[in-house]
Design a protein around this ligand. Structure first.
Ligand code: AP5
Length: 192
């Protein structure tokens, strides 16, 4: 199964991807996690990305594509993948199609987790207290939501127009949301 998980910051992509990877037995590729690992390791790429991420802006398409190509060159992605945090703009959506085509692959489903902004702000405020992630400050969260509306929402529209989008309600317990995603991708698989 090749799955693209879409949704606003705090919609639960990472949380559900962790569960889905066990269920589907495929790797979870989170571009946010890949970038945070670079920041933590203090690599040149990490140093470049650090401030951009803390502000809640998007890191350059070029850096992201380089990281993604490297990750997809590894053997474990042959079995499938759950891509979380990419694509985030139309140029990245085109780059993903091209990358997958070059590998003779296509994704099976693009799943959007839908959560209202009020709940997102509450969730991320909770995580800020618990984990202190640099981009969970109120200003950065506001900015991330604006960036999502401006740059990432068109990707959702693009996949919808191409009949590739599955929309899932992301509000509820972790088990409820997980069950909805599994049901949605199974239904899509049977149809498609
Ligand atoms: P990234 O790490 O992708 O962050 P994000 O999209 O802002 O997503 P989050 O991790 O905040 O949320 P999530 O949807 O994964 O939710 P989660 O499961 O964690 O990106 C970070 C930054 O890296 C970007 O801003 C950008 O700078 C850069 N970047 C990454 N990819 C890029 C790209 N492609 N191009 C350019 N730049 C890129 O859950 C959030 C919280 O809610 C948690 O505390 C969780 O416990 C809680 N929660 C989850 N589900 C539920 C539920 N059902 N009920 C209650 N609480 C819940």
């Amino acid at each position: 199964m090749r799955l693209v998980l879409l949704g606003a910051p705090g919609s639960g992509k990472g949380t559900q991807a962790t569960r889905l990877k066990e269920h589907l037995q495929v790797p979870h590729i989170s571009t946010g996690d890949l970038l945070r690992a670079e920041v933590a390791a203090g690599t040149p790429l990490g140093l470049q990305a650090k401030e951009v991420m803390a502000r809640g802006d998007l890191v350059s398409d070029e850096i992201l594509l380089g990281m993604l190509k490297e990750r997809f060159s590894r053997e474990d992605t042959q079995a499938g993948f759950i891509l979380d945090g990419y694509p985030r703009n139309l140029a990245q959506a085109a780059a993903l199609d091209e990358l997958l085509a070059s590998l003779g692959q296509k994704f099976d489903a693009a799943v959007q987790l839908v959560v209202d902004n009020e709940q997102i702000i509450e969730r991320l405020a909770g995580r800020a207290k618990a984990e202190g992630r640099a981009d969970d400050t109120p200003e950065s969260v506001r900015h991330r939501l604006n960036v999502y509306d401006e740059k990432t929402a068109p990707v959702i529209d693009f996949y919808r127009q191409h009949g590739q989008l599955t929309v899932v309600d992301g509000v509820g317990s972790l088990d409820e949301v997980f069950a909805r995603i599994v049901e949605a991708i199974q239904a899509g698989h049977e149809v498609g």
